[in-house]
Design a protein around this ligand. Structure first.
Ligand SMILES: *Cc1c(COP(=O)(O)O)cnc(C)c1O
Length: 424
């Protein structure tokens, strides 16, 4: 077990000995009202901007200005193949093979495209299982798919909910649901890391369970990609989707990721929505050929993609590639462990962390309940130069991101929280 200590000296010495501490300098850190670095704890919502993003985007603006349409073929990074420059690094981050990964569209769009192919309801098996506290967009998306196929969106939805008085989901309960309803469930769609509690699920275990009962299994990894080791290929999931603007620092509304397991790569019988970008690259511009499906995840693309957004993704993924995921996960576990230690020191009668205490069952986010707190506590934190995230009814979510947050950030946050609580 790690030996954490209270006191600013300890935080400073951890930062000094942190092999990836210098990456903080490569990000724009917003300033507080005194002109000091904000304590930014919302990388789980919008990751900060790498300083290099500017040059990556500028390169494409330059090629557009100087080459016009020829940028597609003669730009420094020809736009026709630009998305391929992202694939390998993205695949490494989520633990997939390159053929299984593509960056395209936005997260909820990709979820729908995946459900077009992988939600194939029949009169006997048409239900969808999600987390009781799924992210709203995911819930709305699956409900609309149920309605689209003519099913009732309440009757057709099965919720995996926490036990009374608990927040975290229990695998035994999932087994119980599957034992009694497994043959009615067409699709299991779970957030890889729950956005509210920060619980990182055992993707392999859920997939295996689902497959045992004949269900298709997909994951929304919006809170997992760049945060935890998803190991998507080995999880054996049928599909996964994620956005790039949270832990992947690729800018507001930037393009999303999509994973389709290799075993589906050449399956032409899967129903899908298509466009010219799902068509064979070699003959795409003949324009008059019959549809010839691209194999792998790329075969789900529809349109020629927004290059400026992809340039921002490339800037970020190149940085992840340089750091290496092992170093990142290692620091993440230490930093979040330290943050948890400091919070617990405030007194477990006042502060309760609802995120799992096992470092293998969480990423960097801690979801914190403060006794008798309401949104005014969050507002006071904001006033004190801490950007965190408030979720009704009583949870503050904080994500110390290993790429740019420091041990000193965690220390200062807890000091400021303590100051606010003592004053009350
Ligand atoms: C952030 C997030 C989304 C957002 O969806 P967009 O399509 O990118 O707007 C959806 N689902 C989950 C689980 C998320 O965390």
């Amino acid at each position: 077990m790690l030996n954490y200590k209270t006191g600013l000296d300890f935080a400073k010495s951890k930062d000094k000995n942190d092999p990836i501490a210098s990456y903080r300098e490569l990000f724009h850190i917003p300033k507080d009202k005194n002109g000091d670095d904000i304590i930014y704890m919302t990388g789980n919502s919008l990751g900060l901007q790498p300083k290099s993003t500017h040059a990556y985007v500028e390169q494409e603006l330059k090629d557009w200005a100087e080459l016009g349409v020829d940028g597609h073929t003669h730009g420094k990074n020809p736009w026709l193949h630009y998305h391929e420059l992202l694939t390998e690094n993205m695949a490494t981050i989520v633990g997939a093979k390159p053929i299984e990964v593509v960056m395209m569209n936005t997260l909820t769009t990709n979820l729908h495209l995946m459900m077009v192919s992988f939600y194939k309801p029949t009169s006997k098996r048409y239900k969808i299982l999600i987390e009781g506290d799924a992210f709203p967009s995911d819930k709305y998306a699956v409900e609309s798919q149920l309605r689209h196929h003519g099913y009732d969106d309440k009757e057709g939805l099965i919720l995996w909910s926490p036990r009374k008085g608990e927040e975290l989901l229990n695998y035994e309960d999932l087994e119980t649901i599957l034992k009694s309803h497994g043959d009615e469930i067409a699709l299991i769609m779970i957030g890889g890391v729950n956005y509210y509690t920060g619980q990182f699920f055992d993707l392999k275990r859920i997939t295996q369970l689902g497959h045992n009962y004949g269900c298709v299994v997909g994951f929304d990894c919006a809170h997992g990609a760049g945060n935890v080791n998803l190991d998507l290929h080995n999880s054996n999931a049928d599909f996964a989707i994620w956005c790039s603007y949270k832990y992947l620092n690729s800018g507001p509304g930037s393009l999303a990721g999509c994973f389709v397991h290799e075993r589906h790569a050449y399956n032409k019988t899967l129903n899908r929505f298509t466009g010219w970008w799902s068509h064979n690259k070699e003959t795409r511009f003949n324009m008059r050929d019959d549809f010839d499906m691209l194999p792998g995840a790329e075969g789900w693309q529809l349109s020629n993609p927004p290059i400026l957004s992809m340039a921002a993704i490339k800037a970020s993924l190149d940085m992840f590639n340089e750091v290496g995921m092992d170093k990142l996960y290692k620091k993440s576990k230490q930093l979040t462990g330290y943050f948890e230690f400091l919070l617990k020191n405030l007194g477990e009668d006042i502060i309760r962390v609802i995120t799992p205490s096992n470092p293998d069952e969480r990423g960097c986010q801690l979801s914190i309940q403060v006794l008798n707190a309401n949104k005014s506590l969050h507002n006071k934190l904001t006033e004190a130069g801490v950007i965190s995230d408030w979720r009704e009814p009583d949870v503050i979510r904080c994500a110390p991101v290993p790429l740019y947050n420091s041990f000193e950030d965690a220390y200062k946050l807890v000091e400021r929280l303590k100051f606010i609580l003592v004053k009350e």
